[in-house]
Design a protein around this ligand. Structure first.
Ligand code: FEO
Length: 392
């Protein structure tokens, strides 16, 4: 355990070898599961616990500390933070779990924690530990409906759960404020928090009003300078988009690739930033990060049997559920004999509702007529970007 302030300790574990989170999110640097111990003159609380895989190591750390745990604060029931609650309740038979009502329901269903061991708390409720006061701040939907933050009033420490987190392991305890950390936090935001952007924005205002001296999230380093991560969230959660499109493509015989390169060249000549992503290589996080500020997305695809390449449909599905700020989308591609490239992509957009621009689809090698249609698509995209730039 590492002491952060008098009676406040970090007891997280670094999982450098983990390659993927939730069987979806690639982890280029692994991750950490952060748990914090806060001890007052009378009582001791743990704020979030540990992924069960590291339960033995974690329990050893708590036992060696010599503290008797009176309270387990569960800011959020996802098992990377709650997994050790059942074993801690066995180890400390008088301990009580404090969490939101929704979190209590989740802990009961997911981990079979006995409701008799849980006390639900509401926004602004407080817990006195003796010279240390924990205040609970309701913060549903960053990123589960059960989430709350915990605030240590005397030190002005904000335990923000997954909010402000980063899958990042190259640190001792405190944020180094490096470009690598900013990138890891950006990746985390895009994958985990972006679907809840409006909530993130709302809580950002709340956090800035609170003006914590430190932000202590559940993944990644502790922010001694909260404005570092607050400023990044301010940028990512804003309403504005860049003069930029994302162009994910997959091309079997180069025809679709040639069309994408032509389109990208035309857009770049008009001052548009084009982030291309070869879907055979790009991971989900790379796409998600580009979507944070993209104004639109153009899918480039070959036909597989009678529809788009499955990776294109996956990219469209992912775009839809991440709910980025994109205002429009289009599709360019090539096919051999028959089929519908557009319909399966169109069908993905159920939550995110960008305007559909006319697709440009070639039969085999693109002809001069197809390139002329791509020129029109360049005009269509740039005119929308020009309008967005003028919008108040
Ligand atoms: Fe890190 Fe939503 O758990």
């Amino acid at each position: 355990m590492t002491e952060i302030a008098n009676g406040v300790f970090y007891c997280g574990i670094h999982d450098r070898d983990r390659k993927v989170f939730d069987q979806l999110v690639p982890l280029p640097q692994g991750t950490t599961y952060n748990s914090y111990l806060v001890s007052g003159t009378g009582k001791t609380a743990l704020i979030d616990t540990m992924y069960e895989k590291f339960g033995g190591e974690y329990l050893d750390m708590i036992r060696k500390s010599g503290f008797r745990i009176d309270y387990i604060i569960s800011n959020h029931a996802e098992p990377d933070h709650s997994g050790m609650i059942p074993r801690l309740l066995e180890e400390f038979p008088d301990a009580e779990v404090l969490c939101s009502a929704k979190c209590a329901e989740n802990l009961t269903n997911m981990l079979h924690v006995s409701p008799e061991r849980i006390r639900t708390v509401a926004d602004a409720d407080k817990l006195e530990l003796g010279g240390k006061t924990l205040r609970f701040i309701s913060a549903p939907w960053v990123h589960w409906p059960d989430t709350m933050f915990t605030y240590l009033e005397e030190e002005k420490f904000l335990f923000s759960c997954d909010y402000f987190g980063a899958h990042y392991t190259d640190f001792e305890l405190y944020a180094d404020e490096s470009p690598e950390l900013a990138n890891a936090a950006k990746r985390y935001y895009s994958e985990i928090m972006m679907p809840f952007r409006s909530f993130c924005r709302k809580y950002l205002v709340k956090v800035e009003e609170l003006s914590p001296s430190m932000i202590l999230p559940s993944h990644g380093p502790v922010y001694r300078n909260p404005s570092f991560i607050e400023n990044l969230y301010d940028e990512w959660t804003s309403e504005s988009v860049s003069r930029k499109i994302l162009l994910p493509y997959v091309s079997m015989y180069d025809n679709s690739r040639i069309m994408c390169e032509y389109l990208a060249g035309g857009l770049r000549k008009r001052g548009v930033q084009v982030a291309t992503a070869d879907l055979m290589e790009a991971d989900e996080g790379e796409l998600a990060m580009e979507l944070i500020d993209a104004a639109g997305i153009v899918f480039g695809t070959s036909m597989v049997l009678t529809g788009p390449h499955p990776k294109t449909v996956y990219a469209a599905y992912l775009t839809n559920i991440l709910r980025p700020k994109i205002k429009f989308y289009a599709l360019v591609g090539s096919f051999g004999w028959a089929g519908n490239l557009s319909a399966p992509v169109d069908a993905c957009f159920t939550l995110t509702k960008p305007e559909k621009l006319a697709p440009v689809i070639a039969k085999g090698k693109p002809t001069s007529s197809d390139f002329a249609k791509l020129d029109i698509l360049v005009d269509e995209i740039t005119s929308r970007l020009d309008s967005l730039a003028k919008a108040p």
